[in-house]
Design a protein around this ligand. Sequence first.
Ligand code: COA
Length: 356
Amino acid sequence: MIRTRIAGIGKYLPGRVVRNDDLQTVMDTSDEWIQERTGIQERRYGTKHQETTTTMAAQAARIAIERAGITPEDIDFILFATLSPDYYFPGCGVLLQRELGITKTSVGAMDIRNQCTGFVYGLATGDQFIRSGMYRNILLVGAEMHSMGLDFTTRGRNVTVIFGDGAGAVVLQPTEEPGKGILANRLHSDGTHAEKLAFINPGAHGGYHNKYLDEPVDYGYGNETYGGIFLTDKMMEEAMTFPYMDGPFVFKMAVQKFPEVIQEVLGEAGVTAADLGMLIPHQANLRISQFVQRTLRLRDDQVWNNIQKYGNTTAASVPIALCEALEAGAIRDGDLVCLAAFGSGFTWGANLLRWG
Ligand code: COA
């Protein structure tokens, strides 16, 4: 039986460390508030004008490719998850192909727009292509350059302090080793609350979704017959071009959905939480991870947390944490590993794999 294994993994965290105290110099916040509510002590920001989501992805990808014992030219499919792409279009998949110097055009490149669950969705997607036999070397990356799109004033503090930049990448290959590889995937979505965690402008919505909001928003549209509604002066002047998050609402949903979807993949594989070697939760908030740990009655050594150092790196958080746990020797051959994420959409999901 063919299953999908992670044959190589890499991560990249940019060098610039931004501590909570640093943010305090540009907005009304405090180290105490941030640590108490989120567990975050510091995060990394990429170097503007030199690094992008794509270049960070390439750094992580080169390590993953080397560890898989292949070359970039061996990659036959690229899956790229991000919410902070270099361009609105084309997506980062083709930019990464170019950055890695992959010249063959038989490689496919696909972008995944699932925010915090992008990597988990990507792993489930890559798994299908491997098991069907269509591809043998899939490069899956999650990468974010959040620092380019955040509001660094007090107005944006509830969102800005949480997010950091970084990238994680894996190479997926088929394995026939009994019991090894991806055992189960579960993916969910519920668009009811799409605007509770969203980056809305600029966009082609034209105000249509106002009917789903408690309070309609005036985006400053004129009487344009053609164009002029993607980005208005008002959006710029009134700082409507930043992410919005209803933090408490997102928190409540996350602590409910994380344990549910983890139990689903465990149940599908006929195992229990006690059997887990390692749970890698998307690093959204340390309090969310701790809540999930308590709900599933997991020991400290069964859950990997690194949000303290990197903040929430959205699509990159799961592969970065997985890579770090492996490099620390916290995951061994044959361990049962669960990856789980919840985020904007809302979407949530989990993958269960037997390492090796
Ligand atoms: N520094 C200082 N004060 C801040 C702040 C900051 N960075 N951000 C918000 N505040 C203030 C608020 O303005 C509010 O003040 P008020 O009571 O005077 O109105 C107060 O702190 C409490 O805000 P609230 O949003 O209720 O705090 P919270 O306890 O819910 O914590 C989050 C906020 C964002 C940390 C929390 O809701 C959370 O983590 N939610 C989930 C976020 C998440 O996981 N997002 C990613 C999903 S993938």
